[in-house]
Design a binder for this molecule. Structure first.
Ligand code: FMN
Length: 439
C-alpha cells in the first residue's frame, strides 16, 4: 500500500487522515457511536516530556548497594485510625468486577499483595476472589451503587468515593449485556444480558457540602478506622482538590485524561478532561495553599507505565501513583502470543481495546467461563508483582541518582522539561534554561 501511495504521488489529508475517514464511514454505516476500552490515544504532553537532572558536582548521589532508599508510603493519616502503610508508592486502580473477570480480579489482588501494595474494587462491588487475595483492599463507593453494601464496606481497608474518572469526567459507566451474567446481574441487581449504563453522579448529594455529610456517614459506618479517598477525573483540578479536602477527604485521587476505562464513548475518552501532567501541579498547589500537602495524600493516575513516570509523579508532589491499563498488560492483556486470536476479532496484539465486548482471548475483560479459565490467577499475579517491583526499583534508581534516601524526597527542582508546553504544565524550567513559562 505504502509503495502504491508513493509511486502514484497520493497525498493524505492532515484533517481527514485514513482513520478519520474510516470512523465517518463506520458511523454512517451503523448509526451508533464508538465505544471502547483503554485510555486516550491522542498524543498529549506527558511525563515523557520531562527529564531528571541527576547528581554530579552540585548534588551528591547515593551509592546503590550500600545506601538505602526507602519506598514506603502511608495513606490516610489525616483522620483514619488505621491508615494504609504500603511498601511501594504504586497502587492498583479500581477496575470493576464485571468489566474484568473474577480470575483477573484475583490476580490483581495476588500481585498487589505480593508487592506490598493495595488493590481497589470498582463498579459492581467486592468479589470474594479479590477480597480473599488482597492484603490491602480499597472499596469504591460509586454513583451507580452497583454491588454496594455496608457489610462489604466494613470488610475493606479504605473507602474511595468516586466522583469521576479521567477517561470520562462527567460521564457514567457502561457494561454491555454480553458481560452481564447471572453472577454479575445478581451483584448489581440488573437483568441478565441487558446493556447497562450507570449513573454519572451520586444520587444522594448534589454538591461539596452534601459530600461532607456523606463522608462523615462513611466514617461512622466504618468506626473512623478507614481512610476515605475521593477520586476525581482531571478537569478543574485546582478547585476539585480544594473542595475534596473541605469535604473531609484523607486522600485525593486525581485521574488524568489518559486514564484507562473498560467501556466508554471514544469521543469522551479523547475530547474531555486534561492531561495527567497538567492536573498534578494544580492538585499540589491546591493542597499547599490549604497547608495540607502530605497530610492529605495525593494519588495520581492516567498513563503511568514506567519507574520513570512514577519518579516524575512523585517529584511533582504526588504521594503515590495508581495504575490500571499497565496492570492489565502485566497480567497478560495484549500478549503477542495471542495475536492470531486478536486478529480473528478484527484487532491485533498491541491494539486490542474492545474491553466492552467480553470476547477477550486473554481471559481478562470477559465473563465467558471458557475464556476466563485461560487466565491463571497465580501466574498472572506473579507477573504483576514482578512488574510492580521493576517500577519501584526504577523509581529508586532515579531517586538515588538524585541523592535522595526516600523516593518521596524527589522534588520539582530535580526536573526539567523538553517542550514549552510541558514546562508550562509541569511548572518546571525548559531544559537548559531557567524559564518556566507562565511563572
Ligand atoms: C478495565 C478497566 C475498568 C475500570 N473500572 C473502573 C471503575 O470501576 N471505577 C473507577 O473509578 N475507575 C475505573 N477504571 C479507571 C481506573 O481506576 C484508573 O483511573 C485508570 O485506569 C488509570 O489510568 P491507566 O489505565 O492509564 O493506568 C477502570 C479502568 C480500566 C482499564
Amino acid at each position: 500500500m505504502t509503495d502504491y501511495v508513493q509511486t502514484h504521488g497520493l497525498r493524505e489529508s492532515a484533517t481527514f487522515p485514513r482513520e478519520v475517514i474510516a470512523e465517518i464511514q463506520r458511523a454512517a454505516a451503523t448509526g451508533i457511536y464508538d465505544i471502547r476500552g483503554w485510555g486516550a490515544k491522542r498524543k498529549v504532553p506527558h511525563f515523557d516530556d520531562l527529564l531528571f537532572l541527576g547528581a554530579s558536582m552540585s548534588r551528591y548521589p547515593l551509592e546503590g548497594y550500600r545506601e538505602a532508599c526507602a519506598t514506603d508510603v502511608r495513606l490516610g493519616t489525616r483522620n483514619a485510625r488505621f491508615p494504609l502503610h504500603l511498601d511501594i508508592p504504586v497502587t492498583i486502580a479500581g477496575m470493576s468486577f464485571g468489566s474484568l473477570s473474577a480470575n483477573a480480579k484475583e490476580a490483581l489482588g495476588r500481585g498487589a499483595s505480593e508487592a506490598g501494595t493495595s488493590t481497589t474494587t470498582g463498579d459492581g462491588g467486592m468479589s470474594t476472589e479479590e477480597r480473599g487475595q488482597s492484603k490491602h483492599l480499597v472499596y469504591q463507593y460509586l454513583p451507580s451503587r452497583y454491588g454496594m453494601n455496608p457489610d462489604d464496606l466494613r470488610k475493606a481497608d479504605a473507602i474511595e468515593v468516586v466522583l469521576g474518572q479521567g477517561a470520562k469526567p462527567g460521564g457514567g459507566g457502561m457494561l454491555l449485556g454480553q458481560k452481564i451474567t447471572e453472577r454479575i446481574g445478581k451483584m448489581r441487581t440488573l437483568p441478565v444480558g441487558i446493556d447497562q449504563r450507570s449513573a454519572s453522579r451520586h444520587p444522594d448529594w448534589t454538591g461539596p457540602d452534601d459530600l461532607t455529610i456523606k463522608i462523615a456517614e462513611l466514617r461512622e459506618i466504618t468506626d473512623w478506622e478507614k481512610p476515605i479517598y475521593v477520586k476525581v477525573g482531571a478537569t478543574r483540578t485546582y478547585y476539585d482538590v480544594k473542595l475534596a479536602v473541605h469535604a473531609g477527604a484523607d486522600v485525593v485521587v486525581v485521574d488524568g485524561m489518559q486514564g484507562g476505562t473498560a467501556a466508554t464513548q471514544n469521543v469522551f475518552i479523547e475530547d474531555v478532561g486534561i492531561p495527567t501532567l497538567a492536573a498534578l501541579p494544580q492538585a499540589v498547589q491546591a493542597l499547599q495553599e490549604l497547608g495540607v500537602h502530605r497530610e492529605v495524600q495525593l494519588i495520581i493516575s492516567g498513563g503511568i507505565r514506567t519507574g520513570g513516570d512514577v519518579a516524575k509523579a512523585l517529584a511533582l508532589g504526588a504521594d503515590a501513583v495508581s495504575i490500571g491499563t499497565a496492570a492489565l498488560i502485566a497480567l497478560g492483556d495484549n500478549d503477542p502470543a495471542l495475536d492470531e486470536q486478536y486478529r480473528a476479532l478484527g484487532s491485533a496484539a498491541g491494539y486490542y481495546d474492545d474491553f466492552q465486548d467480553g470476547r477477550d482471548p486473554a481471559g481478562i475483560s470477559t465473563q465467558d467461563p471458557d475464556l476466563m479459565a485461560r487466565l491463571d490467577p497465580v501466574a498472572a499475579g506473579k507477573r504483576l508483582a514482578n512488574y510492580l517491583r521493576v517500577l519501584t526499583m526504577e523509581a529508586q534508581t532515579i531517586a538515588r541518582a538524585c541523592g535522595k534516601s526516600h523516593v518521596q524526597h524527589l522534588e520539582p527542582e530535580d526536573l526539567v522539561a523538553l517542550t514549552i508546553e510541558s514546562a508550562a504544565m509541569a511548572r518546571v524550567p525548559l531544559a537548559g534554561t531557567n524559564w518556566i513559562p507562565g511563572a
